[in-house]
Structures are given as C-alpha cells and as structure tokens.
Ligand binder design. Sequence first.
Ligand SMILES: [Zn+2]
Length: 269
Amino acid sequence: MVVERSRRECVLCGAPFTGRSFLCPTCSARYRSQRPDRVLRRRFYEAVDRHYPEWANTYGSYNPPVGLLRVLDRLPRSLRILELGCGGGALLRDLAARGFTRLVGLDLARTALAEAQRQGTPARLVLADAERLPFAAESFDIVIAADLIEHVDDLDAHVAEVARVLRPGGAYLLKTPNRPLAELYYRLAGLDDYPFWHPSMLSPGELRTLLARHGFLVRFVAQPRLTPAQLRKLPTRLLRALGAHLPVGWLPVVLRPHVEVVATRRLHG
Ligand SMILES: [Zn+2]
C-alpha cells in the first residue's frame, strides 16, 4: 500500500493534506494510540477502493503469495479451500485456473466482493470478519490468507477461528510483511498512518510463537523472487532491475520482506 506523494483528502475525515498516507496527520495520530473497530476498518477499506482503485489489491494482483502457490501446486485439487481477505478474487481465480474447485472467499469490504463477483470469480463469496468465521468446525482442508493478518485487530481470536474451521491435519497458508523491515520502510517512506492499516504485524519469531500457541506446526516457505508490489517500493529503476533477479529465497527468513508460512494443525491437541 504505497501511493506517490500528493495533495489529497483523508479517506476517513475528508480533511485536505499533502503526503503519501491515506489518513491526514490528525487521524494518523489518533489511531496510533487507539485501535480502530471493525465498522471503521470496513469504512476505511471501502474508501481506499474508491479513492485509490489503481493501488488497491481489490482491482489487481500485485503481491501474489508465490511460495504458497508452489506448495498448493503439489496438493490434491479436491481440497476445500477458504481464502481470507480475498479482495477482488485474483488469487481465487488463479487457484481455479490451477484446477481447484471447492473454493470459498471471505472479505470485510463490500467493494471487494462486488469486484470479485463482477470478475466472475468461481467461488462462494462471504462478507465477514476474519476474527469471527461464519463456518462450521472442521469445514476446510486449507485456509489461505495473503496480506491479511497484519490488518486483523485481535490476532489470537483470528488464529483460534482458523484452527476451529480447519480439519485436524489441515493447513493455514499465510503471507504477511516481516514486521521489523516493514516498520523501517513505512517510517522512511512517511507512511505515518501504518498503525491504522497494519495494526498486527509480526516478526518471523512472533508469528511462529502465535501459531504454535494455537496448536500449529510452523514451516517457513521461501518466495523465489520479489513480487511486483515489493519491486515498486524500490526507489530507482536500477534497483528495481536488480531486485527483479534477486533470489529472495536464499535470504534468511529475518531478511525477507514478506514471510510465507505453512502452519499445519496438529492431529491431537
Ligand atoms: Zn482525517
């Protein structure tokens, strides 16, 4: 979520300001100390889709979970898959193209599901919060979430819900920014409102601890190369050209910009 510096209106209060953030300085400051509730978060994501359609993941696929897709390619196509934070449905359509047929997509923003519908995404689409999943226990083999958990308010409630809807032995495949690197980047880029839209970022170690607490076995997966959204954050054309060939998978997990994880729900306890 990066936008060039410009004169713009705050997506929450409408106040004009100059910057690269979605929120004005007043709103940015307020939500550094106060966590936004679900109603406000939904309003924010729907407003971003309206104000910045060319940057919203709803209308494109700039950050595919390339490491996780390699894992999925080796799995039976009959698996029941739930995608959390499906946005405009790009990943669901990719999964359908790979032969998966039992797909459900969930998102908090009505704008996202409207786009997924418009694109003819071959999945059941559900409007809901990732912290209260409207599904029966053990109804999925795989839950996948690319760039979702950093937006969630209550991580423990979220992971407990994912564990509940997965069958024992099922897996939670997720991708999320690497907190220390992401925070450094957001600060340097002047994105003062990041605590609003990424309130729950984790380091690889914090992510492992969270998932283990909810009965998951954790394996980090390497992404083979940088995604278009990651390349776009590099400041010069030369760096972007070099970055396109960087073998990210060779980096230790603490130095990767995003962390991709396969978390398997233990068969017992
Ligand atoms: Zn504002």
